[in-house]
Design a protein around this ligand. Structure first.
Ligand code: GLY
Length: 276
């Protein structure tokens, strides 16, 4: 993690904590925390999103709250700074959960979400050369996410991403799939995922961790058991933010690093890139 990323994480944690301290909902805290990370261009989301192999940024995001199990998500959205806000608008302004592609972009523009600066497209690759490239394994992830518990006892989770290295145009990962990239349920807790989406989807990791919380496991144990399963069953790779319904939390990963942090309002927020 660079010093700029560490400073940005601290700033994001402060924004989220202050909102909760002033009585805002967990949903608002999660959205606003993620907006700081999307705006920064320092992580793989929003202004910093990776490009697909045709040079276009197609981003995914989702958000969920645990009181009524409401959720919203966007996939393959283009040209906007804040996919997480588009996801919240899908949840709050429509009767749907997921919008995709150009029509998700149209929805976000209709709601006047800030636009990214126009990017020049790199030289085009042929489709067969793209198919060759995806045989190589990329290792850049950097999805951003947040979980929060508010004063009313409601939990929320969100995530926003530009995907992975070496993606075919149109590829969508775990992040906008409710139960895979995020899940929140006041009877269990809230989970937000980062990592290799193809593996996370196959184990439905976020909901599976919440189910373990609901069975009374601690946040650390729930995360460990499900990440162990991810590795054992699908050779997966991921990191997770887990918040149990009474506020106990864990940051856990089976990747070599995961930039993350927390804050209890005292001193400076704690950030790091190795947790277990
Ligand atoms: N976890 C982000 C992705 O795979 O797209």
């Amino acid at each position: 993690m660079t010093s700029s990323q560490a400073a940005c994480l601290r700033a994001a944690l402060q924004v989220g904590y202050h909102l909760l301290d002033r009585g805002s909902s967990a949903l608002v805290a999660v959205e606003q925390t993620i907006r700081v990370l999307e705006r920064s261009g320092l992580f793989n989301a929003g202004n910093g999103a990776h490009r697909q192999l045709d040079g276009v940024r197609r981003m995914d995001a989702s958000i969920m709250e645990g009181e009524c199990l409401r959720a919203g998500a966007v996939a393959s959205i283009e040209g906007i700074v804040h996919p997480i806000t588009a996801a919240r608008l899908v949840m709050e302004e429509t009767a749907h959960v997921l919008l995709v592609g150009p029509l998700a972009t149209k929805f976000a523009k209709h709601h006047r979400i800030a636009l990214q600066k126009r990017q020049t497209l790199p030289n085009r690759l042929s489709y067969s050369s793209m198919l060759k490239q995806i045989r190589r394994k990329g290792d850049r992830h950097g999805t951003v996410g947040a979980v929060a518990l508010d004063q009313s006892g409601t939990v929320a989770a969100g995530a926003s991403t530009g995907g992975i290295d070496l993606m075919l145009p149109g590829r969508v990962g775990d992040t906008p799939i409710i139960g895979c990239g995020v899940y929140a349920d006041n009877e269990a807790g809230a989970v937000s995922m980062t990592g290799w989406g193809e593996s996370i989807m196959r184990v439905a990791v976020a909901k599976t961790i919440c189910d373990r919380l609901g069975q009374g496991k601690t946040a650390a144990t729930a995360a460990r058991l499900v990440l162990q399963k991810l590795v054992a069953r699908v050779n997966g790779s991921a990191g997770t933010l887990v918040l149990a319904r009474r506020g106990q939390f864990a940051i856990s990963h089976v990747t070599s690093h995961m930039a993350a942090g927390w804050w209890d309002g005292k001193g400076e927020p704690t950030v790091g890139d190795r947790f277990r």
